[in-house]
Ligand binder design. Structure first.
Ligand code: UDP
Length: 313
């Protein structure tokens, strides 16, 4: 019999890619999403015998789910800074209440549970690159805390469920990821830069652009998530591309790739914006045999193609 997975946030950027991948593994997928940051267009074409979409809020109990489940994957949450800053309480509740709901469901169905966590649990890191055993440097009362602390809480909830209920759990710490199906208006660096450069508008670099990030193409990330799901690793695993780049360099690269005449304008750096970020992926390499394959150059071209296809050439 086909395995069956439920994914919260299944119409989101990563959730919808993951849904496709789980279907390609032969699974039946139930995707739950309240479409606050997810989009029906990400999953519409999937709906059929192998894929069910439920427009619901993961903060509500999941006692409506019938039939067996082999996997529960909790991906619901705003993840772009402008999104979670706009919905701070919702973000906290999705990290807490919805995590408990999803855990309860997995427990009831005796399913493997996987949490989508984030590099934001490391906050503005003092240790570089970030290894999974680094505890992080998070401002608990800063504007980003609604996301960072929600995910830290969610990790704690998962580990408690593992330790006290014996649940079979996984935690993936996702570093900056980009690719097709990301909302063009989601406000992140890659999406802003690509859409601005394409429209010939100024490309908005926050601060002086010396802060760094490490960008992973979505197909690489999804491959890592599936390997983690099928592994036995209980402790958190970083997944990201260790290729670190300054935001100014990213802006210049995007302008060049788009072939745009855009200028760069420097705007105010948001409060508590992490100064640097790069995953140490030793654990993923050793435990999952995983390394990212798609270069930033290749990934940007693929992402630009997607924006051209949805926004017109
Ligand atoms: N950023 C920027 N211009 C933008 C959007 C973002 O300079 O239009 C910066 C942001 O301040 C951060 C980095 O790019 O330093 C990555 O931001 P993003 O929102 O993509 O992800 P984050 O890593 O902050 O969650």
């Amino acid at each position: 019999m086909a395995k069956r997975a439920l994914i919260t946030g299944g119409a989101g950027f990563i959730g919808s890619h993951l849904s496709r991948r789980l279907m390609a593994e032969g699974m039946e997928v139930v995707a739950v999403d309240n479409l606050i940051t997810g989009a029906r267009r990400n999953i519409e074409e999937l709906i059929g015998p192998q894929f069910v979409f439920e427009e619901r809020d993961a903060r509500d109990p999941m006692d409506w789910v019938e039939g067996p489940l082999d996997y529960v994957l909790h991906f619901a949450s705003p993840a772009s800074p402008p999104d979670y800053l706009k919905h701070p309480i919702f973000t906290l509740q999705t990290g807490s209440i919805a995590t408990h709901n999803a855990l309860e469901l997995a427990h009831r169905k005796n399913a493997v549970f996987l949490l989508a966590s984030t590099s934001e649990v490391y906050g503005d890191p003092e240790s570089h690159p970030q290894k999974e055993d680094y505890w992080g440097n998070v401002n608990p009362v800063g504007p980003r805390s609604c996301y960072d602390e929600a995910k830290r809480y969610a990790e704690a909830a998962v580990m408690a469920a593992h330790r006290s209920l014996g649940m079979d759990t996984r935690i993936v710490r996702i570093f900056n990821t980009y690719g097709p199906l990301m909302r063009p208006e989601d406000g992140r660096a890659v999406t802003n830069f690509l859409t601005q450069a394409k429209a010939g508008r100024n490309v908005t670099v926050y601060g002086d652009g010396s802060q760094t990030r490490s960008f992973c193409y979505v197909s690489d990330l999804v491959e890592g998530i599936v390997r983690l799901l099928f592994s036995k690793e209980i402790m958190p695993v970083n997944l990201g591309n260790p290729n670190e780049i300054s935001i100014l360099k990213l802006a210049q690269m995007v302008i060049e790739h788009v072939g745009s005449k855009s200028q760069i304008s420097f705007l105010q750096l948001p409060e508590d914006d992490p100064k640097k970020r790069r995953p140490d992926i030793t654990r993923a390499r050793e435990v999952l045999g995983w390394t990212p394959k798609v270069s930033l150059e290749e990934g940007l071209i693929l992402t630009l193609d997607y924006y051209l296809s949805i926004m017109g050439k």
